[in-house]
Design a protein around this ligand. Structure first.
Ligand SMILES: Nc1ncnc2c1ncn2[C@@H]1O[C@H](COP(=O)(O)OP(=O)(O)OP(=O)(O)O)[C@@H](O)[C@H]1O
Ligand SMILES: [Mg+2]
Length: 241
């Protein structure tokens, strides 16, 4: 596995979904520790994240993760890149919370007791020791999202792919998790509509219709995106008055 090259490399990638082009000849190299993905609904953020972890394969072109072509190494990818789905219901596999969190640790070789103990300890750390045996379907959307984040981060994969990880979380949990994520050594690629969360990131990529509309430091790209959104909504607001 390459250590000197980019963490993620897209080379001339094209992808269609539902018969329509999402990406056409996209090339991109990503190595910064914290990278944010922004853009309007349907701009391609989730599709890009799914290409990185091999959930989607490109129609043409190549994607490499730590030097490994996603087409040839699909089995290795989940161990390298933890993926948080935009919708927790697409992520959750197990009936109870402790099982969901323990699963990744079992995959990494821990025995059932070690994995369960670690899951219980993590829940206790987040003030939810009483959740361990609870059925996941009883949780609220935000609580499910928290369980999914814990399940993805507990195995410490080298890269975290987070698709709007905090959309359903209350403010205290959002800030608590963001502070924790900021202390993690892993690379993070995170799609978010909550621009404030990305203000301290190293690099922001703004997707628009599957192309990179802007790419640079947060101060520059987030401001440009905000201004564009304001310019677009102002006429609508004026018309409504
Ligand atoms: N399961 C699917 N089948 C067919 N087309 C899809 C599917 N999921 C997404 N698409 C299409 O791919 C394009 C990009 O969608 P994607 O989900 O990547 O956008 P996004 O930037 O993540 O949007 P959002 O902000 O709403 O999450 C859209 O045109 C969408 O209609
Ligand atoms: Mg999305």
């Amino acid at each position: 596995m390459s250590s000197g090259g980019p963490v993620i490399a897209f080379a001339n990638v094209s992808l269609s979904r539902g018969g329509a082009a999402v990406f056409t000849g996209l090339s991109l190299q990503l190595s910064e520790k914290r990278i944010g993905l922004i853009g309007n609904n349907g701009s391609g953020k989730s599709s890009l994240l799914r290409l990185v972890n091999g959930l989607l394969l490109p129609d043409s072109g190549k994607i490499a993760l730590f030097g490994l072509d996603t087409r040839d190494h699909r089995k290795a990818l989940p161990g390298l890149a933890g993926f948080l789905f935009q919708n927790p219901d697409h992520q959750i596999v197990f009936p109870t919370i402790a099982e969901e969190i323990a699963f990744g640790l079992r995959e990494k070789g821990q025995n059932a007791k070690q994995a369960r103990d670690a899951a219980m300890a993590l829940l206790a750390e987040h003030g939810h020791a009483d959740w361990a045996g609870r059925p996941i379907h009883e949780l609220s959307d935000g609580q499910k999202q928290l369980v999914c984040i814990l399940a993805v981060t507990v195995t410490s994969p080298r890269l975290l792919l987070l698709d709007e990880p905090f959309s359903s979380l209350d403010l205290p949990t959002r800030h608590d998790l963001m502070n924790r994520l900021n202390t993690l050594p892993q690379h993070i690629l995170m799609a978010s509509h909550d621009l404030e969360l990305l203000a301290d990131f190293d690099r922001i990529i703004w997707l628009e219709g599957g192309t990179i509309f802007a790419d640079g430091p947060p101060a520059q790209v987030l401001r440009a995106y905000r201004e564009a959104c304001t310019a677009r909504t102002r006429p609508l607001l004026q018309a409504a008055q």
